[in-house]
Write a protein that binds this ligand. Structure first.
Ligand code: SF4
Ligand code: SF4
Length: 453
């Protein structure tokens, strides 16, 4: 992990207590704090905090839908306590706490998934119009499906079209959301296109959660952008107590949206509960050799060309491989038509949903493991994740806690790891950084005697 480009310049930093060195322990190159905390323990504590931030996000959405989140709340509190000054200096116990957080990550993603499907039905595959918009229109970004459900009810029959952006795309798969005919389509890609996209989209916009980009100085959409609950930026409007009336009134005052006339469709709605119904066909295809391997290419996206890796990887996979994806990283390649596995009817591209739906890949892997009578590590599955923020941390911890190995991550090494922690993860979970597509594929792809790899 240590290349010059990715060198961590401040291996240790902590300023949380009165024993802190001036400007923080580590700020003058100390590799341990005044209390005796080492750089590795400081970094493990950072990872714990980042993990529970991700946990808290999913917990909030599950709680909004009435789920019992007490076990999650307890682990959040316990972990915060764990990272206090002079509580714990043991490497092994920090790893154990990380696994505890990961196990609750699995629990909270299942809670949220079940809460979503109970409230909105089980998603089924759907083709969604991409970059075509008309009429008085609201664009909805973020992850909060509950907010979208309330907004669709509030705008019913009002002459308003509702469009999704980024992590809202999977909304179209949910029967209780897509029954609203005015939920029309999706506009744009991953979260980081929003300055350009929101400037071009002349309707109103509502940000239901992260990822929200700060306004650029020349942004023309501040007076058309609304925050929701804890999501906001200085200078924009805010929805209070689920009262969408001001947003609706402004949407109707603004002229109809123009400039989005593309005739293109993307597919979503392959929730794991729907895909499980394909299991017998999938197992047969694997056993007969028609389906060689599954690649989970999933995770967050960040600006820049480093993320092109994931498009190239998806494009380079042989036509007997299936891609499972989640989160906004999918916009790197979900415009492509991957077709089906031979004449089996099994789609080669399966969009399981939002980042929290990553747990769906685990359910599918467990079902496959049972059907093929193979342990998880022997399944024809490889996981290649892109990470950006702290929900990706809880997803990674959740996978580790389940004992899932052979994960490659990118596009950049997390700066909160140090060499020692990375080596531990490499040795125990075979965690790797992505490299270049050709070399990685050579290593990841199961070789076939009868086909060119
Ligand atoms: S907890 Fe330890 S490492 Fe952190 S500021 Fe206090 S003395 Fe320094
Ligand atoms: S998947 Fe990650 S990067 Fe993308 S919008 Fe969600 S939280 Fe942000």
């Amino acid at each position: 992990m240590s290349t010059d480009k990715n060198k961590i310049t401040l291996p240790m930093f902590c300023n949380q207590c009165g024993l802190s060195a001036p400007n923080g322990c580590g700020s003058s190159g100390q590799d341990q704090g005044t209390c005796g905390k080492s750089d590795t323990i400081a970094r493990l504590q950072d990872i714990l905090i980042f993990g529970i931030k991700g946990l808290a996000a999913y917990r909030e959405h599950a709680r909004e839908l009435g789920a019992d989140t007490r076990p999650v709340d307890d682990i959040i509190a316990e972990t915060l306590y764990f990272t206090m000054t002079n509580v714990n200096f043991s490497f092994d116990l920090h790893i154990e706490q990380l696994m505890k957080v990961g196990r609750v990550g699995v629990e909270v993603m299942n809670l949220l998934s079940d809460a979503h499907t109970q409230a909105m039905g089980i998603p089924t595959p759907v083709k969604v119009s991409q970059n075509k918009a008309e009429g008085h229109a609201i664009l909805v970004t973020g992850h909060n499906l509950t907010m979208l459900q309330k907004l669709l009810a509030a705008t019913e029959g009002k002459g308003i079209n509702v469009y999704t952006h980024s992590e809202m795309l999977p909304a179209h798969g949910y029967p209780e959301l897509r029954r609203h005919a005015h939920l029309k389509g999706n506009i744009g890609g991953a979260w980081h296109d929003q300055n350009k996209l929101f400037s071009a989209f002349s309707g109103t916009i509502i940000a239901s959660t992260n990822c929200l980009a700060p306004l650029k100085k020349n942004a023309n959409y501040a007076n058309r952008l609304y925050g929701y609950k804890i999501t906001s930026i200085e200078g924009i409007k805010h929805i209070e107590n689920d009262d969408f009336a001001p947003l609706i009134a402004q949407t109707l005052e603004l002229p109809p949206v123009t400039g989005f006339n593309v005739e293109h469709h993307i597919t979503t709605g392959h929730h794991y509960k729907t895909i499980l119904t394909l299991a017998p066909r999938v197992v047969e295809a694997v056993q007969q050799g028609a389906l060689r391997q599954f690649f989970v290419i999933a995770g967050c996206d960040s600006p820049g060309s480093a993320g092109d890796y994931y498009r190239k990887l998806a494009q380079s996979l042989p036509d007997d491989c299936v891609i499972l994806t989640t989160s906004c990283g999918k916009f790197r390649f979900n415009d492509l038509d991957f077709g089906t596995i031979g004449n089996t009817g099994i789609p080669r591209f399966l969009d399981l949903g939002q980042c929290n739906d990553s747990i769906g890949a685990v359910h599918l892997a467990l079902a496959l493991s049972q059907a093929l009578n193979l342990p998880l590590e022997q399944l024809p599955v490889r996981i290649v994740l892109s990470w950006m923020e702290q929900k990706a941390v809880i997803i990674l911890l959740a996978l580790f806690s389940l004992g899932i190995k052979n994960i490659a991550i990118g596009p950049k090494p997390p700066q909160f790891l140090n060499d020692g922690i990375f080596e531990f993860l490499a040795q125990n979970f075979n965690l790797k950084m992505i490299g270049d597509v050709e070399t990685d594929l050579q290593e990841m792809l199961i070789k076939r005697a009868d086909k060119a790899a």
